[in-house]
Design a protein around this ligand. Sequence first.
Ligand SMILES: *Cc1c(COP(=O)(O)O)cnc(C)c1O
Length: 393
Amino acid sequence: MIIPYGRHHIDEEDIQAVVSVLRSGSLTQGPFVSAFEKSIADYVGAKYAVAVSSATAALHLAAIAAGVRSNTTLITSPITFVASANAGFYAGGNVAFADIDENDVNMSAKSLKTALANNPNTKAIVPVHYAGLPCKDMPEIKSLADSVGAKVIEDAAHALGAVYESGKLVGCCENSTMTVFSLHPVKSIAAGEGGVITTNDEKIFHQLNRLRSHGINKRSEELSSIENGFTKDIPNPWYFEMQELGFHYRITDIQCALAKSQLQKLPKFLSHRRLLAEIYDKNLKGIDCLKPAQNTGRNLSSHHIYPVRIDFASLRISRASFMKKLSEKEIITQVHYIPVVLHPYYRQKGFELSAYPAAEKFYDEALSLPLFFDLTFADQARVIDTIKGILFK
Ligand SMILES: *Cc1c(COP(=O)(O)O)cnc(C)c1O
């Protein structure tokens, strides 16, 4: 049996939840979307949640709501999925990067300070809770953002269910304006495709709602034309306004019913993932050339992936042949991530990996081991034994 690096878990309850939407008569723009939004907002402790078609769409809308436009900048980490950075370009702005802290792979406030000095017109700062471990510099990132008039957007695609040191859940926006989650099957909970933005800011909440649906406003209290919107003080029933250029980034009721059903299982998903991470920690301990990429915060992280750092340079094996040997034993590993600045699109814009030494070093050594809810202890033991076998041959 092939062991993938990650996989979703669907049970009979999830299937019934989807079937019941199909029988309900609602496919999209119905009650399941708002029911899911309410349950995720309640879970993370935010006032509002807006569900959209993907976390990529969510990041795009969040960047616009943060004020990113031409001649302004979005700053994120180089060790993330390309979507975190692309959001800045989608919104018409520039993109810059702040290097990671080599100890936890999250954006460091120290490098953010330098990046802000080089990009005075920054509107959005996007820390990424890498592998599900909340960025420990959040309070400092928030105060740096405040000092330049930028907004913090947390990319929490990995971090649904993760906890800050304060004890609050990621998504409550205690040190940010918006937090973005992904509902892609490889993430904490699955909707097929989907994303969520949480916020405590009512104005931004209404703006995000407009932006996901063409920029259309249907709320009579926010119409800009009284003359067209009302007949003798009574709102015209047909009337709505497109007030800004929005998108079609809606999510369906089918996806939200699945996501809501999955959310109920999140505590169970999280505790099994943590247990697997702790077993890796324990069994890989004492190997000189292999270290967990994050060795703190097992009690805080949502353990989206289990990244390790392997000192391939001092071993006689390359990462490519190490991965190949594992896959010959039906064990799939992956690298998270190819630094965003290394992609040709970014290189053509003049970005260079050497400007981010901690990210550069991390990329040389990174490998994510299999970690998912259905990974059995026996299969995990096989992963561990196979790795030791290759390293100590
Ligand atoms: C998966 C991911 C995204 C994009 O999520 P989608 O829902 O697939 O659009 C964004 N940022 C990070 C860090 C991710 O891992």
